[in-house]
Design a protein around this ligand. Structure first.
Ligand SMILES: [Zn+2]
Length: 150
């Protein structure tokens, strides 16, 4: 059964309403991706590709989604997104089998079920949600970048 979550209408400040939702989504995507890479890289800035195991500088790797970005409930889910090399992510269709094995190894056997359930939850984000995601991940990314001196 799908769980329908009904959100209370919120007041959205005029300043962010002037942006198209796509613009805010792009900004949130960019900071979330930056966060995923900075969070998982070592102190020299190197990340390991979750599907082929090769290492790359954090600025030269993608943040690859297991369940694709079109699925809004998992678009910003930290268990669904990990550093992945551009080759695996863009040219090998995300290496979904290897990705699944990586997820099970990292989070345990229930992870695929968990992600699958979230996939079908209601996932509409508002202007304000995107703005909040953008601000939160920007702040977290800046903090990590400072800590790791990258
Ligand atoms: Zn790879």
């Amino acid at each position: 059964m799908e769980e329908i979550c009904i959100q209370q209408p919120r007041r959205v400040s005029g300043s962010i309403m002037k942006y198209k939702i796509r613009t805010l989504q792009r900004k949130a995507d960019k900071e979330f991706s930056r966060y995923v890479k900075l969070n998982q890289c070592d102190n020299s800035g190197y990340c390991t590709c979750c599907t082929c195991g090769r290492t790359f500088l954090w600025t030269e790797i993608d943040a690859g989604h297991y369940v694709g970005r079109a699925c809004i409930p998992l678009r910003y889910d930290e268990m669904n997104v990990h550093p992945q090399c551009k080759y695996c992510n863009r040219f090998r269709e995300g290496m979904k089998d290897e990705y699944a094995l990586f997820l099970i190894k990292t989070y345990g056997e229930d992870i695929l079920n968990e992600l699958h359930q979230k996939k079908y939850s209601v996932g509409k984000l508002t202007h304000e949600d995107y703005q909040e995601l953008y601000e939160m991940y920007k702040e977290k990314s800046n903090a990590l970048q400072g800590e790791k001196e990258l």
